[in-house]
Design a protein around this ligand. Structure first.
Ligand code: BDR
Ligand code: CA
Length: 320
């Protein structure tokens, strides 16, 4: 049976690939895509998300959410990573569809409260929309089967030495979500360097199906990612022609968790540190709550992934 999904994003090059996978997956029934400020400004995120949904061959509604972080002056964008348009300046045609009239927070609350079966909530951007929805209607927590988020880092950050972008962009929102009493899965940066990569052989198979608009878009973005990363300093080698889009791995793990290896940790968000604002702090010490799995900050954290299983899922979902 298909799982009902809400996916929250800040489209972004890797969000685009992740959305295409979610929208094409036979495992998912995507009820709506909600948008938040992040990789680029919310206006650009809306345009990018509509372009992606149009390329997916579906008509899933797209909702406008928060244009700023909970502390507005701390809002972040990352055009240096995703290109000034957020999609690598690849000149995909302008969207012909429009966002839904309803606001993302209102849509999320309405949909979760009306759900007969628990819903999967996937977050691949800053956690502002999720925090706002949880604060406005805490009863939604009882309606969530699993909250899966691309968030944080164990070893080192990408935006600062300590912090990963989605958390750094709104640590106050992340704290609300991390403290929510729901089952949580966290995909930090770390598995990207430990098997969570898409190898060239799979990219080539997706690129070979350029007759399918979702494959054409995904392959173009993957290849642009390789070009853009060519000059950058990488701490871990990934192999020639491979990519490791964080949001794509997150959606793949939500579809099939057996792609990854997970450990249970208590995870907290640093909101104050001089050098560590937005850092995720992993408590791996033993305590009774931990053993019983009852602490609200406890979550399944992905540490590594199987690149063959991951690549095959992408090809089977997108290119067959
Ligand atoms: C995360 O931040 C953004 O750059 C990506 O879209 C991803 O969600 C990685 O830190
Ligand atoms: Ca993202």
């Amino acid at each position: 049976m298909k799982r009902n999904i809400i996916i929250d994003c800040d489209t972004g090059m890797d969000d685009a690939q992740a959305l295409l996978l979610a929208l094409r997956s036979p495992a998912f029934n995507v009820l709506g895509v909600t948008c938040v400020n992040g990789n680029v400004t919310l206006d650009k995120v809306m345009i990018n998300t509509l372009k992606v949904v149009e390329h997916s061959g579906t008509d899933v509604p797209v909702y406008r959410g928060a244009a700023q972080a909970l502390i507005p002056e701390k809002s972040q964008n990352a055009p240096e990573i995703h290109g000034s348009d957020g999609l690598g300046n690849l000149d995909f045609p302008a969207p012909v569809t429009q966002p839904a009239d309803e606001n993302a927070i209102a849509f999320t609350i309405r949909t979760l409260m009306a759900a007969k079966e628990p819903i999967d909530w996937i977050m691949i951007g800053p956690l502002t929309n999720a925090a706002l929805a949880m604060r406005e209607e805490p009863r939604i927590l009882g309606k969530i089967r699993m909250l899966t988020m691309m968030a944080g880092a164990i070893d080192f950050g990408n935006t600062t030495a300590a912090a990963e972008f989605n958390i750094f962009a709104d640590p106050e929102a992340a704290k609300i979500v991390f403290e929510a009493d729901v089952p949580k899965t966290m995909v930090p940066l770390d598995p990207l360097w430990h098997g969570g990569q898409v190898n060239k052989e799979y990219i080539d198979q997706i690129a070979a199906r350029k007759d399918l608009p979702w494959c054409d878009m995904a392959a173009k973005i993957m290849r642009r990612t390789i070009d853009m990363a060519a000059g950058s300093r990488r701490r871990y080698a990934m192999g020639e022609g491979a990519v490791s889009p964080p949001d794509l791995l997150t959606v793949a793990l939500a579809i099939d968790p057996s792609i990854g290896q997970f450990e249970q940790y208590q995870v907290r968000v640093e909101t104050l540190g001089q050098y560590t604002r937005g850092m995720t702090v992993f408590d791996r010490r033993w305590n009774r709550e931990f053993e019983q799995g009852t602490h609200v900050n406890q979550m399944a954290v992905c540490l590594s992934a199987d690149p063959q299983k991951y690549g095959q899922l992408l090809v089977d979902t997108l290119a067959k």
